[in-house]
Design a protein around this ligand. Structure first.
Ligand SMILES: Nc1ncnc2c1ncn2[C@@H]1O[C@H](COP(=O)(O)OP(=O)(O)OP(=O)(O)O)[C@@H](O)[C@H]1O
Length: 322
């Protein structure tokens, strides 16, 4: 178990994180989300031991003492992949992956490097110097290097930010099944809702220097406590009740995702189409509903100015008041 008790930190006067207490079980995959600058990277740096906190951090009941006690900051059983992936540019991809592996067992080392290059799908550039690799390729090599000396805890800061969409999905599937297989505890700071939803056992939302929400991705997505949390998963509406519900004069607001808003020509709630964006499987329609901006999904393209009737399930509305 990784345990944080009353962990606080400030770079200057304002606290970036304040009184964070949480427990993370071994082998769990945790995603940490929140708007830019909320303190996600700082949290990872505190756990790794790059920054000092007056609070307490323990792993398997052993206290991680931080930089004021360790001559070389960082713990050997934790690997931290920062946003700048810090490769040795004159070395090859394979040499970078094997950088922290012992030379005592060269055949074992070679096998391990090959295995990791396969996990990140980089076998074909094994002998290419890191300086000749693209940003996304360098990021994948840095990921393989972080896994090389099999860590107990892996801290990833935006680990797929430079990787194209096609590779990203494959890589994520491979990486997260590898981590589960090896029971590696992983904490990933991310802006990507797929990381937070598809691969995490648990999602932490950071806001106002604290843990603002904590739950399974399903819980947080289906029952977002407010518009802020919902917006971390993608586009979201925050509509006045009276604009979407018959017999309501209430100005209370309701959080709804675009795909939860239906179009029904018999509805008395009419919106006027302002924009229409192709999304592949559907179109995202931006419309004006009684002065409010509304986003909804529609199977077909709609002409600007078209009047559409809006319908939302009353049961859903009752769940989503904020
Ligand atoms: N070395 C530093 N010195 C001073 N302030 C810093 C330093 N590093 C970060 N900060 C500030 O601390 C706050 C939290 O930064 P942090 O990098 O942890 O946020 P983040 O949530 O990871 O952001 P992003 O999503 O943009 O990577 C920000 O306001 C940032 O400006």
């Amino acid at each position: 178990m990784l345990k944080l008790s009353k962990v606080s930190f400030s770079y200057d006067r304002e606290p970036v994180l304040q009184n964070i207490s949480l427990k993370i079980s071994e082998g769990q995959n945790i995603s940490v989300i929140g708007e830019s600058g909320c303190g996600k990277s700082t949290l990872l740096k505190l756990i790794y031991g790059l920054l000092h906190t007056d609070g307490k951090i323990t792993w398997k009941d052993r206290e991680l003492k931080g930089p004021n006690f360790n001559l070389v900051p960082g713990e050997p059983f934790i690997k931290y992949l920062a946003q700048d992936f810090d490769l040795m540019l004159p070395l090859t991809a394979a040499e970078n992956v094997g950088k922290f592996l012992s030379n005592f067992f060269p055949i074992k080392k070679k096998r391990r490097i090959k295995e990791l290059l396969e996990v990140v799908e980089m076998e074909d550039v094994a002998n290419k110097k890191a300086k000749f690799l693209s940003g996304g390729q360098q990021q994948r090599i840095a990921l393989a290097r972080a896994l090389a000396d099999e860590p107990e805890i892996l801290l990833l800061d935006e680990p797929f930010s430079h990787i194209d969409h096609f590779r990203k999905n494959n890589l994520r599937r491979r990486l997260f099944s590898y981590l589960k297989e090896k029971n590696i505890t992983c904490i990933i700071a991310t802006h990507d809702s797929t990381d937070a939803m598809s691969f995490a056992d648990r999602t932490l939302v950071i806001k106002n220097a604290g843990i603002y929400a904590d739950g399974s991705p399903e819980q947080l997505y289906n029952n977002p406590p407010n518009q802020y949390v919902a917006s971390l998963f993608g586009d979201v509406n925050h509509l006045m009740h009276k604009n979407i519900s018959a017999d309501s004069e209430s100005r209370k607001r309701v959080v709804l995702y675009p795909h939860e808003i239906g179009v029904n020509r018999n509805s008395k709630f009419k919106a006027s189409v302002k924009n229409c964006y192709f999304k592949g499987e559907s179109y995202l329609i931006e419309a004006n509903l009684n002065g409010e901006r509304i986003l909804l999904e529609h199977p077909e393209s709609l002409k600007l100015g078209t009047k559409i009737g809006i319908s939302v399930s009353e049961k859903l509305i009752q769940k989503r008041f904020t």
